[in-house]
Write a protein that binds this ligand. Structure first.
Ligand code: HEC
Ligand code: HEC
Ligand code: HEC
Length: 424
């Protein structure tokens, strides 16, 4: 067979597979309903819903920058193009106001919209499918009693053939196992609760796992670490290999406040996760931490930090910049470290990681000022230093605070991340 005929054969087979998947999974539209009145829901159910929605980070994805909560419009940049999160306020025209609870449950468990279109897996329904009936009812009650906002999300910009939705049926056949899972009797209730929250509502693996060529989590590599929005989400199964292995208490504090005594702070896409977890009952976060700590693979301990080694020319230039712009917070004996009790950079996962990605992102973006929490603020340096200077800073930070080998020159990565960040 010549190339062209093989190509036609492959295309035909793929089309047939999609057609079969569509035929198997097709479900018709669910009729619209009159929006239920907010006070038709039980008050306790709505309170439970607030917890469910916080654990699922619904507001994080469904709110545009400076937009109204849940009104959609946030662009999610994927390797296949940009997908916009939709409006999930109870507006009947542009939101989910005309959705029955059955339609809502179907979207969350099967990734099918109220009319019959398939939703893209950027909406983490492969995880949310594990939610209990009660949690789905509670999320529905909570969302339906928000303020309706009339807002239409911009049209998605996806590459062919993914700008058509039917291929998602094939994806679902491969990767979606709908419905809640049985509890594992060999573990206690807290561990099982943690597993349910991590694998379900918390969808932690959707960021913390590597993805395959078609954007699904790689089988057998759950929690091995992934890339999201230009940041590395570190492995969650190697927390025992940190310069200071994580304890249960530190992990709970980190997840609820974004900080822990012997670890770097939460930044980038992890920061909103911790802000949501700050609002849920402590037992839920204790359960998450218990389960996450049970995933450890026994990573080799990082060696204790040593005094700095001979610095490369880049690192020497970086040292000068560091003393000018960073030492007042990160220098040994600075108020942030003594009075503020923030750990040295030597304990940071970003500084000890295989790539300088998160250290660069940290320097480019800083940590935005958020509310009262002044201890967790770092200015953004993207407008202060050019690519070369940020690469120099990163070289100095690595050499001075990590015992791991030097990173290759980071300038090309700085340039790329800067460009990607500005497209977001
Ligand atoms: C990681 C980002 C992300 C998170 C977290 C997220 N969503 Fe979404 N959601 C999306 C995207 C993107 C879409 C649109 C998908 C599409 O158009 O194919 C969507 C679509 C939906 C839809 C379908 C709306 C429609 O008009 O078809 C519902 C319902 C929904 N989400 C509910 C939720 C709830 C409830 C939560 C929290 C438990 C949540 N989402 C959390 C990204 C997210
Ligand atoms: C939207 C993507 C996303 C989701 C969802 C997410 N994380 Fe993260 N997480 C990240 C990123 C990115 C980092 C690195 C942030 C940094 O360096 O400040 C991170 C960092 C962490 C760290 C610190 C790791 C270290 O070695 O320093 C822990 C622990 C963690 N996440 C746990 C969780 C848990 C548990 C969940 C689910 C409840 C979760 N994450 C959900 C993106 C995510
Ligand atoms: C106003 C104080 C302040 C200044 C100035 C500052 N930082 Fe930070 N930086 C922080 C805080 C707060 C964190 C969060 C870490 C923590 O609380 O442990 C942080 C985190 C970091 C991290 C990641 C550590 C982690 O949490 O994993 C790196 C890398 C870093 N800073 C580098 C720099 C560099 C390089 C400069 C100078 C160009 C700089 N910082 C300037 C306050 C500051």
């Amino acid at each position: 067979m010549n190339r062209k005929r093989i190509w036609i054969g492959v295309t035909g087979a793929v089309m047939a597979a999609i057609a079969i998947a569509v035929a198997i999974l097709y479900e018709p539209a669910i009729a619209p309903v009159a929006p239920p009145a907010p006070d038709s829901f039980d008050a306790q159910l709505k309170r439970d819903g607030a917890r469910v929605v916080a654990l699922g980070d619904c507001v994080v994805c469904h709110t545009a920058k400076d937009g109204r909560p849940f009104a959609g419009g946030l662009p999610l940049v994927t390797p296949f193009g940009t997908i916009y999160a939709t409006n999930i306020t109870p507006d009947p025209q542009t939101g989910i106001g005309a959705w029955s609870e059955a339609a809502f449950a179907r979207a969350v468990r099967h990734g099918i919209s109220r009319d019959d279109h398939l939703l893209y897996p950027a909406f983490p329904y492969v995880h949310f499918t594990r939610m209990s009936d009660h949690d789905i009812a509670a999320a529905y009650a909570y969302l339906m009693s928000r303020e309706p906002v009339h807002a239409i999300a911009p049209a998605n910009r996806l590459i062919f053939p993914l700008n058509f939705r039917p291929p998602v049926a094939f994806w679902n056949l491969l990767f979606l196992r709908p419905g809640p899972r049985e509890a594992d009797a060999s573990h206690d209730a807290r561990w099982n609760r943690g597993k349910l929250l991590v694998d379900g509502l918390g969808h932690c693996a959707s960021c913390h796992s590597p993805l395959n060529a078609i954007g699904a989590e790689k089988a057998g590599h759950a929690f091995d670490g992934g890339i999201v929005d230009g940041w590395e989400a570190p492995p969650l199964n190697a927390l025992d290999g940190a310069a200071r292995p994580w304890t249960q208490a530190q992990l709970v504090t980190y997840l609820r406040t974004g900080r822990a005594s012997e670890h770097g702070a939460a930044a980038g896409p992890m920061l909103p996760v911790t802000r949501d977890l700050a609002t849920v009952p402590r037992e839920d976060v204790e359960a998450i931490a218990t389960y996450v700590l049970s995933l450890q693979k026994g990573a080799p301990r990082a060696v204790e930090p040593v005094a700095s080694r001979a610095a490369s020319p880049a690192a020497q230039r970086g040292a000068v910049l560091f003393n000018a712009s960073c030492a007042q917070c990160h220098g040994t004996g600075s108020p942030m470290q003594t009075i503020g009790e923030r750990p040295t950079l030597a304990f940071s996962t970003a500084v000890n990681a295989g790539t300088p990605r998160n250290a660069i992102q940290m320097i480019l973006n800083g940590i935005a000022w958020h509310g009262e929490d002044a201890a967790n603020y770092m200015p953004a340096f993207s407008g202060v230093y050019d690519d070369r200077q940020i690469a120099d800073l990163v070289a100095w930070v690595r050499g001075a605070w990590s015992t791991k080998p030097a990173w290759p020159d980071a300038e090309p990565l700085v340039a790329r991340l800067r460009k990607e960040n500005s497209a977001r």
